[in-house]
Ligand binder design. Structure first.
Ligand code: NAI
Length: 337
């Protein structure tokens, strides 16, 4: 199949080309993100391959359809950046990679917790400057603490398992409880109870209309003082200005985020020579108790291999049968992601 690959980084190209030797698709790589301005690059391609910050709203999908595109292959699990109703109306199939390495994201999530709690990022810089003082590096034992997991699917369940290993009490909130989590001792609660009882809250639900700004000022007010909040799901699950207020008031003790609502402008790029015009992001970067990373939780060898192979397999199925196992349903709240 002829495929226009957008948002190509050297690592995307490497893993897709290696995997494509077993598929034989005709891949053309473009570095820009897919936006209305770059849609013309896809003209004449039956398939486009995109990532988390490509734009697939109605105008872009209409332009793609006019150019003959009938398939969108997401190189990710989340599909919040696609207008699925418009895609269905235009006859464009949307496929994704539902599970490439939930371990990659779960392990990274716990890495954020450990780093923030024990201030390893600050110690690293300090020691390199010859400062071996422990002032300001005080953490707490994870053992015995309560961890609340919002969204107990593949990633949330793995985080729950790891935290159980640390000797934490693990609470879960999900619309569809996961029996595997209950087997390892997680207790399902209401969201209200999870928020008020947890020392650490970790978000692992998809971004869908129901979870947009799930963590807002009111929900923050329900949390314990000094709570640690971790988000490796999607940026807009939290209302970032409300979280900044929580940090300023000392309600939120620390924040670890790998995703940010307005990340498309900055993440995956080196903008070190530019001024950051986004005042919310710039403010976040000033807090000593906030750790921001640029959407790298998925970034392991195993995950990239699985993303490439599943993406090319999805396209092969679409080409052969017009359908694929990993098609995204048109009503997002009914989809598993
Ligand atoms: P999953 O589909 O296995 O699990 C999501 C869970 O959230 C499901 O159990 C679902 O029932 C639950 N859920 C849905 N609506 C909810 C609501 N309103 N409240 C509470 N729970 C709700 O998905 P998986 O693989 O665990 O991934 C979770 C999210 O992680 C993805 O949607 C994606 O946004 C994000 N992600 C981030 C990555 C990164 O690099 N930072 C990489 C991969 C995924």
């Amino acid at each position: 199949m002829r495929v226009a690959v957008f948002s190509t980084k050297p690592f995307d190209r490497r893993f897709l080309e290696e995997s494509n030797s077993g598929f034989g698709h005709d891949l053309t790589f473009f570095e820009p993100r897919l936006t209305l301005e770059t849609t013309s690059l896809a003209a004449g391609f039956p398939a486009v391959c995109v990532f988390v910050n490509d734009v697939l709203d109605e105008p872009v999908l209409e332009r793609l359809a006019e150019g003959g595109t009938t398939a969108v292959a997401l190189r990710c699990a989340g599909f919040n950046n696609v207008n699925l109703a418009a895609a269905e109306r235009l006859g464009i199939k949307v496929v994704r990679v539902p599970a490439y390495s939930p371990h990659a994201v779960a392990e990274y999530t716990v890495g954020l917790m450990l780093t923030l709690n024990r201030k390893i990022h600050r110690a690293y810089n300090r020691v390199r400057e010859g400062n071996f003082s422990l002032d300001g590096l005080l953490g707490f034992d994870l053992h015995g603490r309560t961890v609340g997991i919002v969204g107990t699917g593949q990633i949330g369940a793995l985080v729950a398992g790891i935290m159980t290993g640390f000797g934490c009490r693990v609470l879960g909130y999900d619309l569809r409880p996961n029996p595997d989590c209950e087997k390892i001792g997680m207790k399902y609660t209401s969201l209200d109870e999870l928020l008020s009882a947890s020392d650490i809250i970790s978000l692992h639900c998809p971004l869908i209309p129901e979870t947009h700004h799930l963590i807002d000022a009111e929900r923050i007010s329900q949390m314990k003082k000094d709570v640690m909040l971790i988000n490796t799901s999607r940026g807009a699950v939290i209302d970032t200005p409300a979280v900044i207020e929580g940090l300023k008031k000392g309600k939120i003790g620390s924040l670890g985020i790998d995703v940010y609502e307005e990340e498309a402008e900055y993440f995956f790029e080196d903008v070190s020579q530019r001024v950051i015009a986004d005042d919310v992001l710039a403010r976040l970067l000033t807090f000593p108790n906030v750790l921001v990373t640029g959407h790298q939780a998925f970034f392991t060898h195993e995950a990239l291999e699985a993303i490439a192979t599943t993406t090319l397999h999805n396209l092969q199925q679409i080409e052969a049968t017009g359908r694929a196992d990993n098609e995204v349903a048109s009503r997002p709240s009914e989809s598993k992601s």
